[in-house]
Design a protein around this ligand. Structure first.
Ligand SMILES: NC(=O)c1ccc[n+]([C@@H]2O[C@H](COP(=O)([O-])OP(=O)(O)OC[C@H]3O[C@@H](n4cnc5c(N)ncnc54)[C@H](OP(=O)(O)O)[C@@H]3O)[C@@H](O)[C@H]2O)c1
Length: 247
C-alpha cells in the first residue's frame, strides 16, 4: 500500500462484486477512496475496513445514483472528507432481464434509471468537480455486441452510457481530464451469476477463447491503468475487457 494519499477516487457500487475490487485496487494504487453503496451498508463498511486496515484511507457514502440530490451529496461528502475528486469510476448498475415482447416497462424504467440516468448524473457531477489531470471511467458491457434475447433494456442503457462517455470527453476539452468506458464480458459476480443454471454458466465460460469467466480483478486491472499515470493518453475509448468474448 502506497502512503501518499494526495489523490481521491469515488467508486460507485463499491459494495458490489466488481466495484469492491476496483475500490481496493485504487486504494493500493495510492488513492483515498469514497466507497459508494446503495442498499448494502454492511458490504461497503467491510470494504472500508479492509482498505483502512491495509494502511489506506476510505469512507463509505450511501446514494441512489438515479437521484440527483443523492449524487450531489456523494460528491460534496467526498470533497469534505477527502479534499478533492481526481478519479470517478461509475460502476453501479443492475441487470434484470426481460424479453422486449413482454413490454415490461417497469423493468425497462428501473434499468434505465440506474444504469443510464445514474451514469448521466454521476458524469455531470464528475464534470463539475474532477480536478485537472483527473480520470472518469464508466462501466459499459461487452454484451452490446451480442444482442442476446432478454438483454434489451440493459443493452439500451449501456449503449447510452457509451454515447455519454464520448460526448463528455469532448465537453472536457482543455481540462486535461480523460473520459473512457470499460466494457467487461461476463464476470463472476452476483449480477451475472444470479438465476443462471450450471449449463448456462458452462456455455458462457466457453464463449471466449480463454475459456474462463472474467474475475473482478481482470476489470480492476484495466481501471487501475486508466486511472494511473500510464493511462493518460487513452481518451474517449471503450475498452472491451472480455477475454475475446466480443469485439
Ligand atoms: N458482472 C458482469 O458480468 C458484468 C459484465 C459487464 C458489465 N458489468 C457492469 O459492471 C458494473 C458492476 O457490476 P457487478 O457485476 O459488480 O454487479 P453487482 O455485484 O450486482 O454490484 C452492483 C452494485 O451497484 C450498486 N447499485 C445497484 N443499484 C444502485 C442504485 N440505484 N444506486 C446506486 N448504486 C446501485 C449496488 O449497490 P448495493 O449492493 O449497495 O445496493 C452494488 O454495489 C455494472 O455497471 C454492470 O452493468 C458487469
Amino acid at each position: 500500500m502506497k502512503t501518499s494519499l494526495t489523490k481521491s477516487a469515488i467508486v460507485t457500487g463499491a459494495s458490489g462484486g466488481i466495484g469492491r475490487v476496483v475500490a481496493k485496487r485504487l486504494a493500493s494504487d495510492g488513492f483515498a477512496i469514497t466507497v459508494h453503496y446503495a442498499g448494502n451498508p454492511g458490504k461497503a463498511e467491510a470494504v472500508v475496513a479492509e482498505i483502512n486496515n491495509a494502511g489506506g484511507k476510505a469512507v463509505a457514502v450511501q446514494a441512489d445514483v438515479a437521484k440527483s440530490a443523492d449524487v450531489e451529496r456523494l460528491f460534496e461528502e467526498t470533497l469534505k472528507n477527502l479534499g478533492s475528486v481526481d478519479v470517478v469510476v461509475n460502476n453501479a448498475g443492475i441487470m434484470p432481464l426481460s424479453p422486449i415482447s413482454k413490454g415490461d416497462v417497469e423493468v425497462f424504467d428501473r434499468v434505465v434509471n440506474t444504469n443510464l440516468r445514474g451514469t448521466f448524473l454521476v458524469l455531470a457531477q464528475a464534470a463539475q468537480h474532477v480536478a485537472s489531470g483527473g480520470r472518469i471511467v464508466a462501466l459499459s458491457s461487452s454484451v452490446l455486441a451480442k444482442s442476446f434475447p432478454t438483454y434489451g433494456a440493459y443493452i439500451a442503457s449501456k449503449a447510452g452510457v457509451e454515447g455519454l462517455v464520448h460526448v463528455l470527453a469532448n465537453e472536457l476539452r482543455g481540462r486535461n481530464i480523460t473520459v473512457n468506458a470499460v466494457a467487461p464480458g461476463p464476470v463472476a459476480t452476483e449480477l451475472f451469476l444470479r438465476g443462471k443454471s450450471e449449463e448456462q454458466l458452462a456455455e458462457f465460460t466457453k464463449m471466449n477463447p480463454l475459456e474462463r469467466l472474467g474475475q473482478p480483478e481482470d476489470i480492476a486491472n484495466v481501471i487501475s491503468f486508466l486511472a494511473g499515470p500510464e493511462g493518460g493518453w487513452v481518451n474517449s475509448q471503450v475498452i472491451r475487457a472480455n477475454g475475446g468474448f466480443a469485439y
